[in-house]
Design a protein. Structure first.
Length: 329
């Protein structure tokens, strides 16, 4: 006679041996000592004390380090900004900024439509502010670039806008020559066009740099343009295409806004009416649509008898420089 209890005990023992010794999965069950755990790359490196292959890294450290090295911080960029003390320093700074903005832009696009504001050269031997040796201006090649001091284009110039134009023609030509480089040792040809100034007293002109055998490198620079010049600027930009440089050097509209300028930036009837009365809002909007941006600005003021310079590059903050009491720095 068989004992039912013995049968049940034998069956229980066999099932225990089966589940304990065979590492099989039944209905999704995995024995505790066979469960899988995933480790992060850093944990693997810590446990095995080996270098994790780049393919296992969650971030590309090489790319990050390269980007960090090639993209300076805003503090590093600001530290590179300095006040030019001579005309030669000014030309080099402006040319470098224009090239940098054109080649690299802000990391997203090249800047081929640029607005530049600079100080103007004055003969350091002249005791009278704004007085020039007019005979030397016609031949900028023979100028001693370190013999000039730099002063702001303000109301202290006795000769008015035309004297400012004669003064700014020097750095305008030198900047274009610096940007154009040389082809076979031949510098670019600089052509001045005053036909845009129909009254001949507005102090507006166009300087064009023509590179030999390479018209794609030609540069057009509007010197002291007016709001009324925007129509011509639009036409030139259309002819130049997106790859050629078009510069606006010392536009005659101010950086700061008066009440009329503020209203002219509004939409609707009031904005249009304010623009009609002379507000610069509509002109600035048209230039913005063309892609114009300020890439180099240096402005001069006098505060409590001391000279103050405000500077900004397209990739920097505004920086204020104040002259010391001894006027040596």
């Amino acid at each position: 006679m068989k004992c039912p209890g013995f049968t049940y005990v034998a069956l229980l023992v066999m099932m225990t041996i089966l589940f304990t010794c065979l590492p099989v999965t039944i209905l999704g069950f995995v024995p505790q000592h066979h469960q899988l755990k995933y480790s992060t790359p850093s944990q693997v490196k810590q446990k095995l004390d080996i270098e994790v292959p780049p393919s296992f890294s969650t971030t590309n450290s090489n790319t990050d380090s390269t980007t960090a090295a090639s993209t300076p911080s805003i503090d590093e960029i600001n530290s590179q900004i300095s006040v030019p003390k001579t005309l030669n320093e000014l030309i080099n700074q402006v040319s470098s900024s224009i090239k940098l903005a054109q080649e690299d832009g802000d990391g997203s696009s090249e800047k081929t439509r640029q607005i530049i504001r600079i100080l103007l050269p004055r003969d350091s031997k002249s005791a009278q502010l704004g007085q020039y040796f007019e005979s030397e201006i016609e031949n900028s090649n023979s100028l001693d670039l370190d013999s000039f001091t730099l002063v702001p284009p303000d109301e202290t110039w006795q000769g008015g806008i035309m004297q400012l134009y004669r003064a700014i023609s020097i750095p305008a030509k030198l900047i274009l020559r610096n940007l154009g480089g040389t082809v076979g040792g031949v510098p670019p040809t600089i052509i001045e066009d005053r036909s845009i100034d129909t009254s001949n007293v507005d102090g507006v002109g166009i300087f064009q740099s023509q590179v030999p055998n390479n018209p794609s490198k030609d540069i057009c620079c509007f010197v002291q343009p007016l709001q009324e010049t925007v129509d011509v600027i639009e036409s030139i930009c259309d002819q130049a295409g997106n790859d050629r440089l078009v510069l606006l050097l010392n536009p005659q509209w101010r950086n700061i806004d008066d009440a009329l300028d503020t209203v002219s930036k509004q939409s609707g009837f009031m904005g249009s009416f304010a623009s009609f009365l002379g507000g610069k809002g509509n002109s600035l909007k048209r230039l913005e649509n063309l892609g114009f941006e300020s890439t180099y600005i240096i402005e001069g003021y006098v505060c409590k008898g001391g000279n103050v310079r405000l500077m900004k590059r397209f990739d920097s903050d505004w920086i204020v420089f104040a002259e010391n009491d001894s006027e040596t720095e």
